[in-house]
Design a protein around this ligand. Structure first.
Ligand code: KG4
Ligand code: ZN
Length: 339
């Protein structure tokens, strides 16, 4: 039996979890910084790193406080090594390395992207590779094939913006709060998607969201000054809702179609959708429709956004396949998928 303490600080959530044998989540605590960054319309890296430093200790304490034996129950530490914001990653890796050295525990550096992929493995106890994963977050839009534990290949990636980033930027143009994904989803519910039709990008083996983002900018501009406030935001909530709805339709269709094409090409029988944007109900529905007949796993909301339980799951596999890392390994803001 191996009980891991897992730590995640790659972006704007400070998270710690205790995970037994890869799949049994004994505790999972997420301290969100959203309120800190909302006023800036996006994550401010320096503020994020400082906030991690302030709350990581108490977040780890909170994850350990309900565990019999506390620190003494921990056999190893897993920490997100990258990709992510350099200053933020450094806080987590330095903490994990110091704790591992002090307590003479093995430590393993984990890919944040592998963590997201393994959130589906946590969510469905019968899921085993091979499966295709559509990884959709604020920083990434990838379709990857997990062939076996620890072996993944990338089938398609975005050529420009990540889809979550596109949601956030479109929200900004519509005067909606950060993070934009959940707000666009809520506002789109009342919108007429046919009023301002937006193009659906279709690329072979790739995604792209900058064209869609620009299309939103032009639709807003073409409304004319009478329809816009001083900040260039549409005044009419029905117009905002309609553009949000149209944006969501175009983004979701590109993702579901791209995943569908990858599944057709590879003959996959199982697909998962993971990452913050996997919380989007329209995306969940579209993927289930496009891939009906396949096993489709979309984790519950608490596993879609950044969390440390997924790092514990991926870290447990990495410990098994690669063994522990040197206590002095570096954070790597551009870490590859399963490096
Ligand atoms: O995975 P995540 O929590 O952090 C990163 O690793 O980036 O993803 C955050 C992203 C943000 O861009 C946010 O707007 C988006 O996920 N998001 C959503 C929804 N909830 C969060 N996008 C669309 N619909 C949602 N319901
Ligand atoms: Zn993430």
């Amino acid at each position: 039996m191996t009980t891991l303490l897992a730590i995640e600080t790659s972006c704007d959530e400070t998270a710690a979890a205790v995970v037994r044998d890869g799949r049994e989540v004994l505790s999972s605590v997420v301290a969100s910084q959203i309120d800190l960054h909302t006023g800036y319309g996006g994550v401010v890296p320096e503020l994020a790193a400082r906030a991690h430093l302030e709350v990581l200790g108490t977040t780890v304490d909170a994850a350990l406080c309900g565990i019999d034996g506390g620190w003494n129950a921990i056999d190893a530490i897993a920490v997100t090594r990258g990709p992510g914001l350099a200053g933020c990653l450094l806080i987590g890796t330095a903490y994990a390395q110091a704790a591992a050295a002090a307590r003479r525990l093995p430590v393993v550096g984990v890919s944040h992207l592998a963590g997201h992929v393994y959130s589906a493995w946590l969510a469905d106890l019968e899921l085993e590779p091979p499966f295709l994963a559509l990884l959709v977050s604020g920083g990434h839009t990838d379709c990857v094939e997990l062939r076996d534990h620890g072996t993944a290949i990338r089938l398609a990636s975005t050529r420009d913006d990540a889809v979550g980033e596109a949601f956030d930027k479109a929200a900004r143009m519509l005067g909606l709060a950060y993070p934009g994904g959940p707000v666009i989803e809520r506002v789109a519910g009342a919108g007429d998607a046919a009023r301002f039709p937006l193009p659906v990008t279709r690329l072979e083996g790739a995604f792209s969201f900058s064209g869609l983002k620009t299309a939103v900018r032009y639709v807003v501009r073409d409304l004319g000054t009478a329809e816009l406030d001083d900040a260039g935001i549409p005044r009419d909530p029905a117009v905002i809702a309609a553009i949000a709805a149209s944006f969501q339709v175009a983004a979701v269709e590109q993702l579901a179609e791209g995943l569908g094409a990858a599944a057709d090409r590879t003959g996959a029988e199982q697909v998962v959708v993971v990452g913050g944007v996997a919380a989007n109900t329209a995306l969940r529905t579209a993927v289930r429709q496009r891939l009906s007949g396949l096993r489709v796993v979309v984790p519950p909301l608490h596993l879609c956004g950044d969390n440390a339980a997924m790092i514990g799951a991926a870290g447990w596999h990495r410990l098994k396949t690669h063994g522990p890392d040197m206590v002095s390994f570096d954070a790597d803001p551009a870490l590859a998928l399963f490096a």
